[in-house]
Ligand binder design. Structure first.
Ligand SMILES: [Zn+2]
Length: 167
């Protein structure tokens, strides 16, 4: 259950690193492709917005980490990508990658995730946080993870892309 910054930047950083070390990807992983991966890295948590809409209407809906937190969705997106060629294929593959990193991070960091819904029940690895921890502690750890990922990204951008132009 990492926060938004981690979910967005993690796939971007990984794909950017792959692009640097794998010359075949250099031309295919454009800035737009990386942006799609970052947005797709956050998209599974859109189920929180659905819960909030229902809560605003006075109803309770408990779907977080159920329908959207499954590897089945990125597998389907990757399968659809095979029907396309060129730029569209790579955008879809980046979306599948971003979505898969979200499910992986949620599964590894903590909290139950229905990672193979509808074929299997929820699972939890919880390397960083777990439900037995006080909420404040979980929040502090996840906020720290967000800050660390953001700082790594800033360092990465400064080192390889001369981010100093923005400061
Ligand atoms: Zn999530």
């Amino acid at each position: 259950m990492p926060f938004a910054v981690t979910h967005i930047l993690f796939p971007i950083i990984v794909l950017d690193e792959l692009k640097k070390h794998w010359s075949a990807l250099k031309r295919r992983l454009t800035m737009h492709t990386l942006l799609v991966a970052g947005v797709a890295g956050l998209l599974p948590d859109a189920d929180i917005l659905v819960e909030l809409v229902f809560a605003a209407g006075g109803a309770t809906l408990d779907i977080h980490r159920l329908y959207t937190h499954t590897f089945v969705i990125p597998l389907v997106i990757a399968g659809v990508a095979l029907a396309f060629k060129g730029r569209r294929r790579w955008l879809l593959l980046a979306a599948a990658f971003g979505w898969a990193t979200h499910v992986t991070l949620d599964l590894l960091v903590g909290g139950e995730v229905s990672h193979f819904f509808p074929f299997a029940g929820p699972a939890e690895i919880g390397l960083l946080v777990n439900a037995s921890m006080p909420l404040e502690m979980r929040t502090a750890i996840l906020a720290g993870l967000d800050a660390a990922v953001f700082l790594v990204w800033l360092w990465h951008e400064e080192k390889y892309k001369k981010l100093k132009d923005f400061f």
